[in-house]
Design a protein around this ligand. Structure first.
Ligand SMILES: NC(=O)c1ccc[n+]([C@@H]2O[C@H](COP(=O)([O-])OP(=O)(O)OC[C@H]3O[C@@H](n4cnc5c(N)ncnc54)[C@H](O)[C@@H]3O)[C@@H](O)[C@H]2O)c1
Length: 360
C-alpha cells in the first residue's frame, strides 16, 4: 500500500464509531470513505463528525457498504454481541480490519473469530487501546526494563461513573455486552497480560450489581449488569493480578490506578496522569518521573491520545505488512479472563483458564 491514502469504512457510528472518525479525520493518509449504521441518528452524527473532511457514502447496512464502496480497511464499532456476526462478511471481503473491544462476548465466538483471523490475509487488529496511553505505555516499558525487579503483584483499580446510555440500550444486559468484566475490563486484563508476559491460569472473583441501573426498565426488564467487583488472576509464573472495579464512584480523582510490585521495588501510575512513581526497596525511597504526551498525537479524544496512536500503528501495519500489535490472541485472552471472572462469581469458586480452553 506504500504511501497511498488508506480508505476506511466505519461499521457502527455511535459514540465509539464517531470517535474513530474524529481520529481518522486528523490522521495524515487516512480517508473515511463510507459509514454504515442501521440507526439514522447515528448516521447523521457520523456525517457531522467528518464534515470538515468531505462527504462519505452512507449505508444503513454494512453488507452493502462492503460490496459497493471501494475500501482498504474497516473499523467495527457496533455493539459487542454483533462483532462476530459483522466480522463474517468482513473476513470474506479480505479487507484490513480493526474490531472494537471486546473482540467477542462468548467463548465460542472468540474461538471462531481467532481461527478466521489467523487465516485472514489483511491486518486483523483488536481495539484495546489503553496500552497506548502515554503513562500506561511508560509504565509497561519500565516494567520490561526491570524497574520493580521480578514482578510479583499487579493491581489495577478502575473507579468511575456508571455505564452511559447507548443506542438501543444494548449495554444494559449481559447477553449483549458479555458482562461488565468482559465489556469494560478486557482493557485491564489486556494490560495485566502484557505486564506479566505469560499466561493467566486461574481466576477468583467476587462482584455484584449493587447500585446502578436497578431503577431502570427496558420492555419490562431490569438491567442485569454488575457494577462492582474484585478479580484476582493468577499467572503461570506465580505472579498475581488484582482488579478493583467500582462503577458508582463518580468524582474519583483518577479513573484508573496501576500499581506493580516486585522483589526490587514498586511502580505506580494513574489515568489521567503524567508521571510514574518509582519506589525502590534498597533505598526505601520513591521518585517521580514526568511522562510527556506523545508528540505524534494530533487528536487527544476520549482516551488521552491512545485511539490516535492505535490508528497510527494500525495504518503502519496496513502499509508495511508488519504484524498487528494488538492481535486476535490478545482479544481472546483479555475476554477469557472476564468470562472466567463472571463464572467465578456465579459459581462462587476458582475458575481455571484451562477449563474454559478445553470446554467443547
Ligand atoms: N475502545 C474503547 O475504549 C471503547 C470505548 C467505548 C466503546 N467501545 C466499543 O465500541 C463498540 C460500540 O460502542 P458505543 O459506545 O459506540 O455504542 P453506541 O451504542 O454508542 O453505538 C453503537 C452503534 O452501532 C450501531 N449498530 C448496531 N448494530 C449494528 C450493525 N449490525 N451494523 C452496524 N452498526 C450497528 C448502533 O445503531 C449504534 O449507532 C462496542 O463494542 C464498545 O464496547 C470501545
Amino acid at each position: 500500500m506504500s504511501e497511498a491514502t488508506i480508505r476506511y469504512g466505519i461499521i457502527g457510528t455511535g459514540m465509539m464509531g464517531c470517535e474513530h472518525i474524529r481520529n481518522l479525520a486528523q490522521l495524515p493518509g487516512a480517508e473515511v470513505k463510507a459509514i454504515a449504521d442501521p440507526h439514522e441518528a447515528s448516521r447523521v452524527q457520523a456525517q457531522q463528525a467528518y464534515e470538515e473532511r468531505g462527504s462519505v457514502a452512507v449505508f444503513a447496512d454494512y453488507r452493502e457498504m462492503l460490496t459497493q464502496s471501494p475500501l482498504d480497511a474497516v473499523i467495527i464499532a457496533s455493539p459487542n454481541h454483533t462483532h462476530a456476526e459483522v466480522l463474517d462478511p468482513v473476513f470474506n471481503s479480505g479487507l484490513h480490519v480493526m474490531v472494537e473491544k471486546p473482540m467477542c462476548t462468548t467463548l465460542a465466538d472468540c474461538r471462531s473469530v481467532a481461527e478466521r483471523a489467523a487465516r485472514h490475509p489483511g491486518v486483523f487488529w483488536v481495539g484495546l487501546e489503553y496500552r497506548y496511553m502515554a503513562t500506561v505505555a511508560a509504565f509497561l516499558d519500565k516494567l520490561k526494563e526491570g524497574a520493580v525487579g521480578d514482578l510479583k503483584m499487579l493491581f489495577i483499580r478502575e473507579h468511575r461513573f456508571p455505564f452511559l446510555p447507548k443506542v438501543g440500550d444494548w449495554n444494559r444486559f449481559n447477553r449483549n455486552t458479555g458482562g461488565t468484566l468482559v465489556e469494560k475490563c478486557c482493557h485491564f486484563f489486556d494490560l495485566m497480560n502484557l505486564a506479566m508476559g505469560c499466561e493467566p491460569v486461574r481466576v477468583f472473583a467476587s462482584g455484584a450489581q449493587d447500585v446502578n441501573h436497578l431503577d431502570e426498565s427496558y420492555d419490562g426488564e431490569t438491567p442485569d449488569i454488575l457494577d462492582n467487583a474484585f478479580v484476582i488472576v493468577d499467572y503461570e509464573n506465580g505472579a498475581r493480578g488484582c482488579l478493583d472495579l467500582c462503577m458508582f464512584a463518580e468524582g474519583s480523582r483518577y479513573e484508573q490506578e496501576l500499581v506493580a510490585t516486585g522483589d526490587g521495588g514498586k511502580l505506580e501510575c494513574t489515568v489521567p496522569g503524567s508521571e510514574l512513581i518509582t519506589c525502590t526497596r534498597q533505598y526505601r525511597d520513591w521518585a517521580s518521573q514526568p511522562i510527556p504526551a506523545d508528540p505524534r498525537v494530533l487528536h487527544t479524544g476520549f482516551h488521552h491520545g491512545a485511539s490516535y496512536l492505535e490508528h497510527v500503528e494500525f495504518m503502519e501495519a496496513v502499509r508495511t505488512g508488519t504484524p498487528a500489535r494488538v492481535t486476535a490472541q490478545d482479544g481472546v485472552r483479555s475476554a477469557l479472563i472476564g468470562l472466567a471472572a463472571h463464572r467465578s462469581i456465579e459459581e462462587g469458586r476458582v475458575v481455571t483458564l484451562s477449563e474454559l480452553n478445553t470446554a467443547p
